[in-house]
Design a protein around this ligand. Structure first.
Ligand code: BJW
Ligand code: ZN
Length: 251
């Protein structure tokens, strides 16, 4: 493990272009439940009842109840050492892209700037009628929130199963993977597409790919480095003690 951390850290220190993909595991240590696994959200809720356009068409009140509950919870949570260390790495590496599947906005709060939110943002709401998009950080949007300009039903500004990702964001993510020298995949079960394939876009472009997770995932066998452990412990170790050159912003 020690060797793998040192090897990855050295690769990061040499690299000019690094891309990171994060998933729910990065926010787990902030107290935000992941989706899958023993304590995951889908243990108590059916994904198909809550995170699909069909579910919203069938019962928008139930879907809003789920998202209001999560807004309330996420609003009370703070970023953790994994978020902070990733923001620090962005300052140390010339071209650093952070792709996240998370909708909680904690990377921005931690100070990351170049972020691609593949699955949207829980604080964004979108009108189902006039399609206006607004940011609203109130913990509770009401049972069936309505658009201020046209009165249409609002929906959470997130990407549900069966929906396309924003093509602009996805294309930027693919480009960042194609062009990077090192890619880290952190805290994701790597089962949801197209996010799960991004590591292999990076690998086929010649990048070294590394995974940080509590456990192995379906992608682990094709990774160059697998670090098993908590993101909140591993990522700070990778970002610590870079010495003077890049630490002072001179690199
Ligand atoms: C720790 C830790 C710690 C814990 N430290 N680690 C190709 C093949 C098959 C199917 C498809 C395909 N292409 C598309 C599909 C369909 C579908 C899909 O992928 N299905 C699969 C599940 C089979 N994909 C889509 O529909 C996507 N749309 C799309 O591709 O459009 C075109 C298209 C449509 C239909 C057919 C074909 C093409 C959209 C996907 C949208 C996903 N949306 C959600 C909800 C977002 C809103 C919300 O938050 O409510 O996004 S689902 C949920 O899963 C959420 C997450 O972002 C996403 C990924 O989850 P993540 O982050 O990996 O979390 P977990 O819980 O799964 O894993 C946590 C991990 O952390 C675990 O591994 C832990 O071990 C680890 N961990 N603590 C380190 N402290
Ligand atoms: Zn509207």
């Amino acid at each position: 493990m020690e060797m793998a951390i040192n090897e990855l850290k050295e690769a990061l220190q040499k690299a000019e272009r690094v891309t990171v993909l994060t998933g729910a595991g990065v926010s787990a240590e902030s107290g935000i439940p992941t989706f899958r696994g023993a304590d995951g959200l889908w243990k108590n809720y059916q994904a198909t009842d809550l995170a699909t356009p069909e579910a919203f068409a069938r019962d928008p009140e139930l879907v809003w109840e789920f998202y209001n509950w999560r807004r309330d919870l996420i609003g009370q949570k703070a970023c953790n050492p994994a978020h902070t260390a990733l923001a620090r790495l962005e300052g140390l590496i010339p071209h650093f892209t952070l792709i996240t599947q998370n909708v909680d906005g904690l990377h921005l709060l931690a100070g990351s700037r170049h972020i691609l939110e593949l699955h949207g943002n829980i604080w964004r709401v979108q009108c189902t009628q006039c399609h206006a998009v607004t940011m609203d950080r109130s913990p509770h949007m009401g049972n069936l929130p309505r658009c201020r300009s046209c009165g249409g039903l609002l929906r959470p500004g997130v990407v549900w199963f069966g929906e396309s990702l924003d093509p602009d964001i996805l294309n930027q993510a693919i480009a960042a993977c194609r062009n990077c020298q090192v890619m880290m995949v952190i805290g994701t079960s790597s089962v949801v597409q197209p996010a799960a394939s991004l590591a292999f876009t990076a690998k086929s472009g010649g990048a070294r790919v590394a995974e940080i997770n509590l456990e192995r995932t379906p992608s682990s066998d094709r990774m160059d480095v697998v670090l098993l452990g908590k993101a909140g412990e591993m990522v700070p170790r990778l970002a610590a003690g870079w010495g003077n050159s890049r630490d002072q912003g001179a690199g």
